[in-house]
Design a protein around this ligand. Structure first.
Ligand code: 4AD
Ligand code: MG
Length: 440
């Protein structure tokens, strides 16, 4: 005999007037004399289950009374349309099978501090806001992959244990690797998708990436998920067009398929609806100018010298000037990674861009055209103080059929935080890893 429910709450409308069996957890319970109201949550939705003493056997009514918050049960009853009910349907209870009576649940509707909630993350993920954010996360990941697949991209997985740095040497996690010395947890899969690009033309990798970042900001995790497309024969301009199409497609699909979650989160949808190509662009030079003029509009936003990198307040100020995501392009090469193609007109600039989300959510994408000339790439590896021996294989890619190519990396948590309108990325991944958080 199967223990599975006969339907999910999500699909309840199809069963109006019929008897169904649901399985889930008690999200709320109130008893009033001869009535027990159970709000049942099954992961697909919630429904009010009404137990009327007169309609059920004595032991069933006793079961209803015994249920505590988060107890697990299977409830059989008749589906009844009710305009007043949230979701439009209620269940008239006929039978209740108690699966487990929960001990007193530590998370109550009262306010808890965020540290307490983080310590109980394994339970907190059941709460409605967390449920909504994690569902949007799942939709973002599905939408991103499906969109790329439809565009002819092939998923090409990159290793997590790697021999070298790819995105700066200051934030590497290392682990002992048998007789081969240290291995590093991948900061990006980019160098490897550049190899895959010559196999398939258009590829992407998708997986967890790691940065030993000692920053305690609302947008930094030490383990985050990144999707990284890489395209042969694509230049900087092609790269920006691909990015704006990609992000827009994901956002529009979330609006379509996660409308209930967006309501739970009380997210203002207008800014998401406007997220359609083309996106505005400013150059790094223009951004420096803009910051000089308007820095007083944002707290702790100080003017910058040319050649300095932006902090969160600078990104917030730039994004504030637009009602869509905005590209900041052509940063000084000196503050960017070694592999970026220089601007042919002004070689001190890199053909790169960061995509900033509106409303102060910061950078959601970093990308660039890559150096395809072997001599220049060797020179950059030296200039960045990297060990040329480590990059033999990567330089080979420039020796055998090298072509101009471009790609980017999009952080799943950053995009989810913006779509869901939640302040901190720690709520957009099931079990966040941060400077001071490794449990649960
Ligand atoms: O700008 P980043 O460092 O770019 C790269 O790693 C390139 N190799 C990608 C590529 O061209 N294939 O990171 C890309 C994105 C950021 O825009 C951000 O969304 C996310 O990854 N990200 C983080 N998300 C959460 N926590 C962190 N510590 C992050 N660091 C980067
Ligand atoms: Mg970046």
């Amino acid at each position: 005999m199967s223990l599975l429910p006969s339907t999910l709450i999500r699909d309840i409308a199809r069963y109006d007037g019929q008897t169904v069996t649901l399985a889930g957890w008690v999200a709320h319970k109130t008893a009033k004399g001869k009535l027990v109201f159970i709000r049942l949550r099954d992961g697909s939705g919630t429904i009010q289950c009404v137990t009327f003493k007169k309609n059920v056997a004595e032991d069933v009514f006793a079961s209803a009374q015994s249920l505590t918050l988060e107890s697990a049960c299977r409830i059989t009853g008749a589906v009844r349309a009710d305009e007043r009910a949230p979701g439009g349907y209620e269940l008239d209870v006929q039978n209740i099978e108690v699966v487990q009576i929960a001990e007193e649940y530590p998370i109550s509707p009262k306010e808890h501090g965020v540290e307490f909630l983080m310590e109980h993350r394994h339970l907190w993920v059941r709460s409605s806001k967390q449920y909504a954010l994690l569902r949007i996360r799942a939709e973002v990941m599905a939408a991103a992959q499906e969109w790329l697949n439809e565009q002819g991209f092939v998923r090409f997985d990159s290793p997590i244990l790697t021999p070298t740095a790819a995105e700066g040497t200051s934030n590497l996690f290392s682990t002992a690797y048998f007789d081969l010395g240290d291995a590093y947890l991948a900061q990006t899969g980019q160098l490897y998708v550049e190899a895959g690009m010559t196999t398939f033309g258009r590829v992407y990798c998708f997986g967890p990436t790691f940065r030993a970042e000692k920053s305690k900001t609302r947008r930094h995790l030490t383990e985050f998920w990144m999707i990284e497309p890489e395209v042969a024969f694509a230049d900087h301009e092609d790269n920006l067009v691909l990015q704006e199409q990609f992000v827009s497609a994901i956002v529009q699909r979330c609006l379509e398929r996660c409308s209930d979650e967006i309501v739970i989160l009380e997210r203002d949808q207008s800014v998401l609806q406007r997220c359609l190509p083309p996106f505005p662009r400013v150059t790094y030079d223009e951004a420096i100018e803009l910051i000089a003029q308007k820095h007083t509009e944002v707290e702790e936003c100080h003017p910058l010298e040319w050649g300095e990198d932006f902090g969160a307040p600078h990104e917030a100020l730039i994004a504030l000037q637009f009602d869509k995501p905005v590209f900041v392009e052509k940063f000084p090469a000196s503050i960017k990674a070694f592999y970026m193609e220089p601007d042919p007109v002004r070689p001190e600039l890199a053909l790169c861009a960061d995509l900033l989300a509106p409303e102060g959510y910061g950078e959601i994408i970093g990308g660039s055209q890559r150096i395809h000339d072997v001599t220049l790439l060797e020179q950059r590896i030296h200039e960045h103080g990297l060990n040329i021996e480590d990059y033999h294989w990567y330089l080979d890619l420039r020796r055998y059929g090298s072509v101009p190519h471009s790609g980017f990396g999009m952080g799943i948590e950053r995009l989810t935080a913006w779509i869901g309108g939640t302040h901190h990325v720690r709520e957009t991944i099931p079990f966040p890893r941060m400077l001071y958080r490794l449990y649960p």
